[in-house]
Design a protein around this ligand. Sequence first.
Ligand code: NOJ
Length: 614
Amino acid sequence: MKAPEFICQRFAVGLTRFSNRSVKSGQKARKVQQLTKKFKAIISVCLPKVFVCHKLVSRLRISPKKKQTNMMKFILPLFMLIASCLGSPVSQTRRFPSDFLWGVASSSYQIEGGWNADDKGESIWDFLTHTHAEKIVDQSNGDISSDSYHQWKRDVQMVKELHAGTYRFSLSWPRIMPGGYMNHVSTAGIKYYSNLIDELLRYNITPMVTIYHWDLPQRLQELGGWTNPEIIPLFKDYARLVLEMYGDRVKIWTTINEPWHVCEHGYGVDYMAPSYNYPGIPAYLCGHNLLKAHAEVVHMYRELFQPRQGGRIGITLDTSWPEPKDPNSAEDREASERAMQFYVGWFGHPIFSKHGNYPKVMIERIRNLSKEQGFGARSRLPEFTTEEIHRIRGTSDFFGINSYTSNLVTSNGHNNTGKFPVPSFNHDMGVVESQAGVDWPGSGSVWLKVYPKGMYNLLMWIHREYNAPEIIVTENGVSDRGGLEDYARVDYYNQYLSAVLDAMEDGVNISGYIAWSLMDSYEWKAGYTEKFGLYHVDFSSPERTRTPKISARVFAQICKTNTIDWSYRPKLDDEQQLVAMAQLPAEEQMARTSGASGAISWSLTGLLLLALLR
Ligand code: NOJ
């Protein structure tokens, strides 16, 4: 290593240690950390220049006898340094740390297919899509999907092509335990994930495994799913098995993906399986059991597995950022804060806050509303015992967050301006969300509009609220309706990653970023109509052929260089053009091919004419 780089590095390490130490001592220290980061950026630009200047000047042949020489040797470098630093935009050097975790993600039901392959059991998504196809936009299902049950080797190749160091995928509970219970463990299921993990490790890719990403065994749903406390020991049994099977090779785990979605979208409204559509009560029972189940698994991991396996375990929460509709209105700002407490705090406060338990605002609002609604003294939000509060607090080694977009929020008026069902989660929260009137660019999903500042605000909120935890952005990305020339996705990643960098420069401890998604897949109720992939999947080909989109090449460049290069906008190569052409409707293909052959025959005629004239 060259001397300037070495000194810069030592200097930066020292500063980081200093700032890390001081961040523990509270709010004031955060300012120190921010200043340190900025100072570090300046130093890393300027310090190497001092050395270069000094070297240049020492090479100047100035007579050693002259007294001024020594002065010159000192002043000249200083002068050159100031001049060069003045013109040097520090922002140009913005880069992610060299040990930053880059990843791509998927989930079992969304990509695997093989819904009844070998002895796999039925999941709640198999059940929903088979019994209520009308609830899915294109009446499709995940029976085959991207067929990763057979194409997993190609998936690993793609992660490798992307230069992503981490692949975040999930395990299907009914593939491993078809009925949800230990009495029947599928050898084929166990082997499938074991092979996938080995293949990843062969290419030095870190597997990051989500134990539960929404595909509950249907048999357990018939017992009430997450609303039945019985789910706690059952989830623990399932987790024990997978930790035993894969923990020697998997060093980063998350228990549950997006508890808010599992509970409110699964039980409160008719949005995700099991589509209970029963507002205001079961979602809170689900959340209560889910938090306890999560905590039990983490305790078990820490006691039985972590000491010998040495991995880490956490949870992934999710939210859109609630931007106050009118930033000057105290009421809208309160609505924003309340929305964060209901969306993130519901699960975040019990696990990450100093005192644990649900957020005060949730406890009070739901208790008061329950009373008003005639539920008596028992709140619809269950209560934890003191012992439970302690058991849940601190059960995550990092803060996983999924986020895609933002909403404008304002308070729900006393006369229920939001027209929410009573009781319901939304009515309890008392916040009206909307994206009406915003000038944020849209996407392939109605709910997803591009507002990168929201990502910055969200990361800053988590940092402040939970005393600077280590954060991993476990999902972020954007949908479209198809195509390989996805420059809008390129813009999205560049902009959202810049927002992540802004937060890091302002002191937020973000250690990784995982793009959603590795490839096009089954987007739940939107079926195959919304595409989030870096890789295009041809759902009509038997092999479910995968082709990189433009965004895959850009994301690969980001992972490789740790920087965002706004000017990098590659074009489709020949192979991609063929695939893009094949996606076009038949008439358009014809028109283009005849256009191309027309152009060829015209140029041939031209050549012939030239030859004759000569
Ligand atoms: C979050 C979920 O975890 C994932 O399954 C889904 O596809 C994305 N959001 C996009 O909607």
